[in-house]
Design a protein around this ligand. Structure first.
Ligand code: 6PG
Length: 239
């Protein structure tokens, strides 16, 4: 693992730096493999990054977009991560609909939809049970509780090792999430973290010793590059 940690002066500069790195990774993947596979984070932090990516002149037909997790709501629900990314980015560019791979959340059965998305990923990446695809880029955030994707502290999803997709649980609300194993097979994982509210979580995530079940972002140790882009408010106390 190659870990890069950058503390940027403010959120706007963090987003500009993230844009620079993510666009270069996407273009390199297209150059190397003829396509790019990127999985998006939800929440609020990455929205301005998605708005910025939409202004770039990229080979949209060669870019495939996935989500690292999804709330278990309809695609047009205000809490939907898919909805946020479509409004901020995907609706603004000529990306083929076939290149957008949302997590299914309309079957009223989270476990069945998790299985369905697992099968969709296996089909797309042409892999079989027990094999893991290597996403070119996976974007992540962290919560104040040091969760990432929908891998929440002391939940069953943290124990799911041999699958691509698991059912997450946030205060009893189901989520669908990439497993830590799938995330760790990525070529590049990038955390975007902004705001003083994330300081305590970062301190535990970066501590030499701490419990990964309590601070799940510690489980993310990818075989490829691990980027932490922090604004000063979040990262100022990290040594
Ligand atoms: C989600 C995200 C989640 C998010 C963190 C940070 O579905 O909410 O995937 O893991 O990245 O909760 O959210 P903010 O960026 O809003 O702080």
């Amino acid at each position: 693992m190659n870990k890069i940690v950058e503390v940027l002066p403010d959120k706007a500069i963090l987003i500009a730096r993230a844009l620079e790195v993510v666009v270069s990774k996407m273009q390199a993947a297209i150059e190397e493999n003829g396509r790019c596979t990127i999985a998006l984070a939800g929440g609020g932090t990455p929205k301005p990054l998605y708005e910025a990516i939409a202004t770039e002149a990229l080979e949209w037909d060669k870019i495939h977009v996935f989500w690292g997790d999804e709330r278990y709501v309809e695609a047009d629900h205000p809490d939907s991560n898919q909805r946020m990314a479509r409004l901020a980015w995907l609706n603004q560019v000529p990306i083929p609909e076939a290149n957008i791979h949302p997590i299914p959340t309309n079957g009223e059965n989270p476990a069945a939809d998790a299985d369905k998305h697992e099968a969709q990923l296996q089909e797309f990446f042409k892999i079989t049970q027990g094999e893991f695809p290597n996403f070119d880029v996976i974007l992540l955030g962290i919560g104040d509780d040091a969760h990432t994707a929908s891998l929440f502290p002391h939940t069953e999803a943290l124990q799911v090792k041999q699958r691509l997709i698991a059912v997450g649980n946030k205060d009893g609300q189901p989520r669908i999430t990439f497993t830590a194993t799938l995330i760790n097979h990525a070529k590049c994982v990038m955390f975007l973290v902004a705001g003083a509210g994330k300081q305590q979580a970062l301190a535990q995530i970066f501590a030499p010793e701490a419990d990964s079940l309590t601070y799940p972002a510690r489980l993310i140790q990818p075989q490829g590059e691990l980027w932490w882009l922090l604004d000063h408010a979040a990262g100022k106390n990290l040594n």
